[in-house]
Design a protein around this ligand. Structure first.
Ligand code: AMP
Ligand code: ZN
Length: 112
């Protein structure tokens, strides 16, 4: 299910533009609009939920699929030298978009 007020749902529906690098039935990967590394992609499920704690079996399967696809998408988009995945969860992590997303950061040596 998508959400009418969510920026990532709007991107999934094509209502606002994005720089897509990968799409299938389950997920979309696009460039972050404010990149925090030379390569900064966002992988999102085509299902609106905020937290891993909301993942039922179907959502867990979608997340597993995303993790299986991310290595090749990352390698093909400038992260052959490695990359970092981040999933911000809730206020203390600074989550600003309440549609679960996996940050893919790379393209350079990342500071820890
Ligand atoms: P988070 O802080 O984990 O919720 O990250 C949300 C990310 O979404 C930030 O890195 C934003 O730069 C990014 N973002 C917000 N709006 C857009 C957009 N329209 N297109 C691409 N990335 C976006
Ligand atoms: Zn959404």
């Amino acid at each position: 299910m998508l959400n009418n007020d969510c920026v990532f749902c709007k991107i999934i529906r094509g209502e606002i533009p994005s720089s897509k690098v990968y799409e299938d039935d389950v997920m979309l990967v696009f460039k972050d609009i404010e990149p925090k590394a030379k390569v900064h992609l966002l992988a999102v499920p085509k299902d609106h939920f905020k937290l891993l704690s909301e993942a039922d079996d179907g959502r867990a399967a979608a997340l597993s699929h995303m993790l299986s696809v991310i290595p090749s998408v990352a390698a093909e988009n400038g992260c052959a030298g490695g990359y970092r995945l981040i999933i911000n969860q809730g206020d203390d992590a600074g989550q600003t978009v309440f549609h679960l997303h996996i940050h893919i950061l790379g393209g350079e040596q990342l500071p820890w």
